[in-house]
Design a protein around this ligand. Sequence first.
Ligand code: DLL
Length: 433
Amino acid sequence: MIWNPEKECASREELHRLQSERLVNIVKYTYDNVKFYHERMDACGVKPSDIRSIDDIGMLPFMTKQDLRDYYPTETFAAPMSEIVRFHASSGTTGKPIVAGYTRNDLDNWSEGVARCLTAYGLSKHDIIQISYGYGLFTGGLGAHEGATKVGCSVLPASSGNTSKQLLLMKDLGVTALCCTPSYALFLAESLHSTPGFSPDQMNLKVGIFGAEPWSENMRAELEDKLGIKAYDIYGLTEVSGPGVGGECEYQDGTHIWEDMFYPEIIDPNTCRPLDYGQTGELVFTTLLKEGMPVIRYRTRDLTHLNADRCRCGRTMVRMGKIMGRTDDMLIVRGVNVFPSQIESVILEFAECSGQYLITIDRINNNDTFQLDLELRPDCYSDNMSRMENLKKEIVGRLASVIGLKCDLHIVEPGNIERSCGKAKHVADLRKI
Ligand code: DLL
């Protein structure tokens, strides 16, 4: 099923026309209402009247996370406070949070994006959806909630945490769809298998809706197997709206970006030069309809590529590859660039591994150390030292051949690595402390 066939399946010509019309409007609107954009555009010598179609987007300056911090909390808002009906804020590990403000129309468009995703995953008013993203400043909970309500699903606003109650309600209500971070889904799956009185076959789950952090294809396979579901990706970020900037369709072959609302570009993060379809670089978004806090050419720091090939599902909107990580999540260890998601992908090639891991990087005597703590599935963990040593050798060898780095691997007892109910922390980089 397709929620909004008129938009999701519009011809590329129609989409181009709509994007052009919307870009012209949003550029004029932000120039007139946001001092930051006015000054930036003046500094680049660009006037709103220079922008006549979406093809002119390259003339506009970029915006960065630092700009949003510099104009904290609301100086980049374009609508008056009397029109703002909601705030969210992204946590940000360092410095000030980024505050986003939404008008009534922004909330409607945001839930439209989520509704398109949920419908693409096959959900309808006949589904019971458990939303285990955190409710509050994080956009995950309320964002998914409003989209699911729009579709007419029966919504269980479980929020994150209290895992045993989550499992109980999932079972007793016959929940069909679970919405949370992939790391929390893994924790729920482990708990489902290990808690007396629960088993996967008592559940009515069919669909998992996972996002808010990078996760590999191997993690998808792991979650689908452990929970007996089809697991779909959902993407978004606070600065652009929240979850539902794009989502996968039944073919699970890339995330369709709702391009009539969020215009994507890929640039080289070092030179800011636009890259072609298929090339990996930094994802940049322009919100074509946002009123509260529009962003123009916002640099997300997320690394991925776009695919313009027509999808079998009939949607015409481009598809984005899995997010490899963020430019600021990339680890440089002994001069080698590596993303935690690459390590996750290798680990999960081994059926013995549970998917729980922690990477610890330090610098001792001017040399980087790279430790990997790894949990095995409880039924694979053993105190048979030689079996464990052989497995360790295999994993270390495979990692070295894929990422080009030798790690100090520690197999730890199941349950030893801290679980997360939200976004997981897979890396402790002690060099930064
Ligand atoms: O994480 C919004 C969201 C909530 C998306 C629930 C999906 C589901 P922020 O907290 O602002 O917003 O973090 C945004 O999270 O720039 C990516 O780095 C990462 N991210 C979000 N979705 C995905 C995904 C929400 N599907 C940042 N895959 C983004 C990989 C993702 N990374």
